[in-house]
Design a protein around this ligand. Structure first.
Ligand code: PLP
Length: 390
């Protein structure tokens, strides 16, 4: 007889997994031998650029790298992050106090709540969103207050609409631009309003900037830290995952206010022992070469975006052509909900997408397509979708 195993409340109280139904349908279709095209996951299919891989191979054979790394990151890595921020955004960072390495930005995002949220504390989360923001809060016993992103507000949270007592009580505010899943972008005037709001209400701003390098048609998304006063109120999460097609490598960074970065680093030093140094050496190479390594995949995703969006428009679907990210946020046709439309695309076209409400209730009425398959397959998607009854 096994002992009685009882999970912690924080696990038992996790929100229902809204992608379970689509996962089940996907497995069933694969078992039937359907030629599925998966536009569900946001994970680049393009390999990591060769110079980065070569640095890893080189670094892997150095015995000095076989020992425990430092949880905050090698000084050389933090300097490379600071150098990249300076060159890319004109933002000057102190590599010692204003930069910490992350085992992928997901790790740092989840650990933020451990560092700053006590039971009962309020956290503001714009939604639909990357679920880690609010799950981190829940794991720490905090309360999420959701800020809906809608077409009407251009997918930017309405800070003025937050009740004054909630705003004053809030510890953290989570924002993410360019945005997953809506593909919306934000400009300086929005970030300025965020800085004012944070000063007025004493709120820590957490900006997830994972997609700043995936801008199209020459558009270069900005860093939150470019705005005056941002460093007094905030921290920015970034990652090599999307910029350099390195999702499997687990390497990212958090930068900004030294006290906030320091708080996160303090949690990390108690729960992890950093990133394999050979991976950090490869990441240094990536950051030092920067755009030279990013531009080729940016062009690939831009071409894919055009194929998919043009195809969707021709088939009668409503969506904006994204300025950034590898997501296309498509309105479901009249008479459908996100879930049944996702099911229809899977059943009738063999195309896997993600129901928008899976990222939060205001995502209802949308389906997210990713651009992580090659252009031949995307053309096939547009052909197949034309046959779907709507
Ligand atoms: C992919 C993604 C990340 C990056 O995750 P890593 O842990 O760095 O791989 C962060 N935020 C959002 C919104 C993402 O979509």
């Amino acid at each position: 007889m096994p002992i009685q195993i009882k999970k912690a409340k924080r696990i038992n109280e996790l929100p229902p997994y809204l992608f379970a139904e689509i996962d089940r349908k996907k497995r069933a279709a694969l078992a039937r031998g359907v030629d599925l095209i998966d536009l569900g996951i946001g994970d680049p299919d393009i390999p990591t650029p060769a110079p980065i891989v070569e640095k890893l191979v080189e670094g892997a054979s150095k015995p000095v790298n076989h020992r425990y790394p430092n949880s905050a990151g090698m000084m050389e890595y933090r300097q490379a992050v600071a150098g990249w921020y300076q060159k890319r955004f004109g933002v000057k960072l102190d590599p010692e106090k204003e930069v910490v390495s992350l085992i992928g930005s997901k790790e740092g995002i989840a650990n933020m709540a451990t560092a700053f949220v006590d039971p009962g504390d309020t956290v503001l989360v714009s939604t639909p969103c990357y679920p880690v923001y609010h799950i981190g809060t829940a794991f720490s016993g905090g309360k999420n207050f959701f800020l809906p992103l809608t077409k009407e507000n251009h997918f930017l949270p309405e800070l003025d609409a937050i009740p004054a007592d909630v705003a004053r009580a809030a510890k953290l505010l989570w924002i993410n631009y360019p945005n997953n899943p809506t593909a919306a972008v934000a400009e300086k005037d929005f970030f300025k309003r965020v800085v004012d709001f944070a000063h007025k209400n004493n709120v820590i701003v957490c900006h997830d900037a994972a997609y700043t390098e995936m801008g199209f048609d020459g558009y270069r998304p900005m860093s939150f830290l470019e705005v005056d006063g941002a460093r007094e109120v905030g921290i920015e999460f970034h990652s090599l995952s999307k910029s350099f097609n390195m999702t499997g490598w687990r390497v990212g960074m958090a930068v900004g206010n030294p006290e906030i970065v320091g708080g996160l680093a303090q949690v990390k030093s108690n729960v992890d022992s950093g990133i394999f140094q050979a991976v950090q050496e490869a990441a240094i190479e990536a950051l030092n070469q920067g755009d030279k390594l990013i531009e080729p995949s940016r062009r690939v995703f831009q071409e894919r975006r055009d194929i998919l969006v043009d195809g969707l428009h021709k088939a009668g679907f409503e969506c904006e052509k994204p300025k950034a990210t590898f997501y296309v946020w498509v309105s479901v046709p009249k008479g459908f909900h996100s879930a049944d439309f996702t099911a229809r695309l899977l059943d009738e076209a063999g195309v896997v997408t993600t129901p928008g409400n899976g990222f939060g209730a205001p995502g209802e009425g949308y389906v997210r397509f990713t651009l992580c398959v090659d252009k031949q397959r995307l053309r096939e998607v547009t052909e197949r979708i034309r046959q779907v009854k709507i």
